[in-house]
Design a protein around this ligand. Structure first.
Ligand SMILES: [Zn+2]
Length: 206
């Protein structure tokens, strides 16, 4: 792609670093911004910089938050002894949308996936095990997507906490096997949480 402007080229190159954005799409977006009032580009840039510099990870549950402790963890009306283990913020958002869950979350930040080079050490598993050891957890609900990586991660965690005498459950498989949690509809997902099953019984369904 030959550019008549180095400045334009730089903007296109930066934009095309985003996933799913090729050079042509990047050029279209950049030309779009060029036609809009300069404010729009300013707000976009400021929002991105603020997101990158100011967003925090809740020190209790690891969810993305504006404060040291997120709104869910700092809400006294939530059941802090009921902890739902999820992969990332999209799962928290999906479950919160169901309005069926009154506990708190623990966000792992991914799933164990040797193919992608993600081992247990890269996830917030140790913090979760510590939380269970501290005696503050009554029940742990595994709500990772029912994929092979999700199952591997669940089982890895389960092995580490099974001696501490807490209740472990898994969301009911109203969610089709292999589906990602964030795409499940709210009614199905809400029901899956309410009708959760003992973790041991969640094996062998697929
Ligand atoms: Zn939190």
């Amino acid at each position: 792609m030959e550019f008549s402007s180095k400045i334009l080229e730089r903007a296109v190159n930066e934009m095309s670093q985003l996933p799913g954005i090729g050079k042509r799409t990047a050029l279209r977006l950049v030309l779009h911004l060029l036609k809009q009032p300069v404010d729009q580009t300013t707000f976009l840039s400021q929002a991105l910089v603020a997101m990158r510099e100011d967003v925090k990870f809740c020190e209790s549950c690891n969810n993305i938050s504006d404060s040291e402790v997120c709104e869910i963890c700092s809400n006294p009306k939530r059941d802090h002894a009921l902890v739902c283990v999820v992969e990332d913020i999209r799962d928290v958002m999906a479950i919160e949308n169901t309005r069926q869950f009154k506990g708190i979350y623990h966000v792992l930040g991914g799933k164990i996936s040797p193919i992608d080079g993600v081992g247990p050490g890269q996830l917030k598993i140790a913090a979760l095990v510590d939380k269970v050891k501290s005696g503050k957890v009554h029940e742990l609900i595994f709500a990772l997507s029912p994929t092979m990586e999700g199952d591997t991660t669940n089982f890895y965690i389960y092995k580490q906490i099974s001696d501490f005498g807490i209740i472990t459950s898994a969301i009911a498989r109203g969610i089709a096997v292999g589906d990602e949690l964030e795409y499940a509809d709210e009614v199905t997902l809400g029901r899956s949480i309410l009708q959760r099953v003992p973790f041991e019984n969640s094996f062998g369904n697929h």
